[in-house]
Design a protein around this ligand. Structure first.
Ligand SMILES: Nc1ncnc2c1ncn2[C@@H]1O[C@H](COP(=O)(O)OP(=O)(O)OP(=O)(O)O)[C@@H](O)[C@H]1O
Length: 286
């Protein structure tokens, strides 16, 4: 499992991580959701022992990351976008290489098994650089888990993929969690965040909130009204002091308003999306 306690990391004057605490349990898919520059990659780099924190501590798979960063690497899988795949090796060679780094005696069997499990068999002899983006991401995931790690870190595993390929990757991520791995996945796609068991919303290096998607939505509903309105002017709504955010949506207008906002004719309450939750919490934090 993953346990981060008050992790802080700065680059010069920029505080990329500000007292970040979280836990990821075995069997859980935990999402780190935030816009560009929120600190997601920095957190993953600290948790995988690539980068030292300035403050705080972290344990991964039972080991203190700062003290045992090499041993931690044997117990984790780490997939950054495509960088984790060697384009001039074949699919099979990529898997064999990674497996032999950590489990040399079983490398061949593990690589074979990953080929089958990830449906990569037909591409075994193809150069990774010749695969389509979706298949290359599948390979990146396969090589991250080929040695059957206890903890899996996936940094934006679906960026640039079409919706069908993204679904395929998410099915595979959940299979790894079912196998018992603790999975930490970063994304800036709000719809993908819905697929996580629990999430932390990150902005400016700080955790704005964490919980299950349902808990985060309930938290937001306590603090604001999420509405859909028809027959009202967007500009007029935007001018009202109780309206925090308003934007065109289909035939009408979606808005986030303070709890005191009256529900007049033409307005109805809607279920907030995680994007709505994020917008509200980000506004409150600024
Ligand atoms: N090595 C570095 N040197 C200086 N600044 C850095 C370094 N790495 C990250 N930063 C800065 O720290 C902040 C957080 O960056 P980080 O890459 O962790 O964000 P992110 O949430 O992963 O964003 P993205 O979605 O764009 O990958 C950014 O402002 C970034 O410019």
């Amino acid at each position: 499992m993953v346990h981060a306690e008050e992790l802080t990391r700065s680059f010069g004057a920029l505080r990329a991580l500000d007292r970040v605490s979280l836990k990821v349990r075995p069997g859980e898919v935990f999402g780190l959701l935030g816009p560009n520059g929120a600190g997601k990659t920095t957190l993953v780099r600290v948790l995988t022992g690539v980068l030292r924190p300035d403050g705080g501590r972290a344990w991964v798979a039972g080991l203190d990351v700062a003290r045992a960063s090499y041993r931690v690497k044997e117990r984790i899988g780490y997939a950054t976008q495509e960088q984790s795949v060697y384009r001039d090796l074949t699919v099979e060679e990529n898997l064999l290489f990674r497996a032999s780094l950590y489990r040399p005696k079983e490398a061949k069997a593990l690589a074979e098994e990953a080929l089958v499990r990830f449906g990569l068999g037909p591409y075994a002899k193809a150069l990774a650089g010749h695969l389509s983006g979706g298949w290359r991401q599948r390979l990146a995931l396969a090589q991250a888990v080929v040695h059957r790690p206890e903890v899996l870190f996936l940094d934006e595993p679906t960026t640039g993929l079409d919706p069908l390929s993204r679904r395929g990757i998410w099915d595979l991520i959940h299979e790894e969690a079912k196998r018992g791995a603790a999975v930490l996945v970063t994304t800036h796609y709000m719809d993908e965040a819905e697929r996580c068991h629990r999430l932390a919303l990150l902005l400016g290096g700080r955790v704005l909130a964490q919980g299950t998607p349902q808990e985060l939505k309930a938290l937001a509903r306590e603090r604001a009204r999420f509405l859909f309105a028809q027959g009202v002017s967007l500009e007029a709504l935007r001018g009202l002091p109780d309206v925090l955010e308003a934007w065109p949506s289909g035939e009408g207008v979606r808005l986030i308003a303070r709890p005191s906002f009256p529900l007049g004719p033409g307005f109805r309450e809607v279920e907030p999306s995680l994007e709505d939750v994020f917008v509200l919490l980000a506004k409150e934090a600024l």
